[in-house]
Design a protein around this ligand. Structure first.
Ligand SMILES: *[C@@H]1O[C@H](CO)[C@@H](O)[C@H](O)[C@H]1NC(C)=O
Ligand SMILES: *[C@@H]1O[C@H](CO)[C@@H](O)[C@H](O)[C@H]1NC(C)=O
Ligand SMILES: CC(=O)N[C@H]1CO[C@H](CO)[C@@H](O)[C@@H]1O
Length: 386
């Protein structure tokens, strides 16, 4: 390979720099002119899981009258790896945070239009952080906080006193969701020996499919207790009542037919899936359960290759994937009987469950109905965040 003389190398380098800079930095580039927004501020409206973020336009914004000024706004709770991103022309946002951690936000100016040759130009970032006061030691926070949304009608939350909780501690549960003017205190506490260890909240249908912010804080004479901040999604905490009117019958063609009704209460029937279990007597041994999973159908036909005896059928329900990411199983509804047919002891049950095409069709027709309950544009997952 022939070596180039030094002056040719520097010439090539200059040509290279010229072309790359023309590509990356269009003529008339105004990098230095795009300043970040000013006065980035975070304030706490006292709503237990959201913060207000505000900023002012960059000082030189009037000079870009042939360009649009936008902002890239990013936020996260300290410890999160990823930022959540919002592109906007607004100067104010209210977003959800886990208030037990430090809130981190950053904003930059984006400029695009004739003044930049239609290339998007970005400013530097401007940063801000915020932390609500967290009094007391971490160990004084309540433990084992759990909530269940029963029948889509009432929410029951329970907890245990913190490890460092002194005698005579008084806990309070406060909550807020979009639609309430201010945080509200629970008015129906569950108590154990005079200490609040739970709360029942009614009338929360407005809070379904959005963030419900909860704070459990407490006080005891001369001791500061650490508050617990949690953000819930009610539809993911639903527990239906057991299915009703379970009927088991044997048809003329010796098929076992099982049918039931969706549970009473506020659970939308199209939001349920079921599990059916069949117990077969195996001589003197304990009954063994065989499971069948079903979507919204409320009937099951079991054909029997061999005559056998099934001694019990039970069914339970849970929120299906069309309405929530998760949920709790209901208790079982059980029906036991004796249908001894033959002396044969080694009995087997074959359970070919035919989930017919029509029921799948029904499933997909109903998806639309489920989605309707979730307001458009709201993320299904939100950070845990009084
Ligand atoms: C339920 O909440 C709504 C507002 O969300 C209110 O108008 C209504 O009076 C409440 N009903 C009961 C029984 O508390
Ligand atoms: C608990 O939180 C609520 C709502 O933020 C507040 O009004 C109340 O003063 C707090 N109580 C204690 C003991 O910190
Ligand atoms: C216990 C019993 O009779 N089992 C029979 C069930 O039916 C299959 C064939 O249909 C036989 O192979 C099993 O022996």
């Amino acid at each position: 390979v022939q070596q180039l003389p030094p002056h040719q190398i520097s010439l090539l380098f200059c040509v290279f720099v010229f072309f790359t800079s023309t590509l990356c930095f269009p003529p008339g580039f105004i990098f230095n002119l795009v300043a970040p927004p000013q006065d980035l501020q975070i304030t706490d409206p006292g709503l237990l899981g959201v913060l207000d973020i505000e900023w002012k336009p960059p000082p030189n914004v009037q000079t870009f009258n042939e360009c649009t000024v936008k902002y890239k706004f990013e936020y996260r709770s300290a410890g999160d790896r990823d930022w959540k991103v919002i592109f906007t022309r607004k100067l104010k946002f209210r977003v959800g945070f886990d208030l037990s951690r430090t809130a981190e936000v950053r904003v930059q100016t984006l400029l695009e239009g004739t003044c930049t040759d239609d290339v998007e130009v970005q400013s530097d970032w401007i940063y801000a952080t915020f932390q609500v006061p967290l009094p007391g030691k971490l160990e004084s926070e309540v433990q084992n906080f759990h909530c269940i949304y029963h029948d889509w009608e009432y929410l029951k939350c329970t907890w245990q006193p913190g490890l460092l909780a002194p005698r005579g501690v008084r806990y309070g549960l406060y909550y807020w969701y979009e639609g309430l003017d201010h945080a509200v205190q629970c008015n129906d506490y569950i108590q154990d020996r005079g200490i609040n260890i739970g709360c029942t909240l009614q009338n929360l249908s407005q809070a379904e499919y959005q963030d419900l912010s909860i704070c459990v804080n407490g006080s005891a004479a001369a001791t500061l207790l650490r508050p617990l901040y949690v953000t819930l999604r009610l539809h993911n905490l639903a527990k239906p009542s057991p299915p009703e009117q379970l009927v088991v019958s044997v048809s003329a063609v010796e098929e076992l037919q099982v049918a039931w009704s969706p549970p009473a209460g506020g659970t939308p029937p199209h939001c349920l899936e079921y599990e059916v279990q069949l117990a077969q007597e195996e001589g003197e041994a304990e009954a063994a359960w065989a499971s069948v999973s079903m979507q919204m159908e409320t009937a099951l036909t079991i054909s029997r290759a061999n005559k056998s005896h099934i001694s019990c059928v039970r069914v339970r329900g849970r929120t299906n994937i069309f309405c929530a990411d998760q949920g709790f199983w209901s208790d079982w509804t059980q029906e036991c009987f004796s249908v001894a047919r033959k002396e044969d002891k080694q009995l087997h049950i074959l359970i070919p469950v035919i989930l017919s095409l029509s029921s799948s069709l029904l499933t997909f027709m109903l998806i639309g109905q489920c989605k309707k309950r979730s307001p458009a544009g709201k993320p299904l997952h939100a950070p845990v965040g009084c």
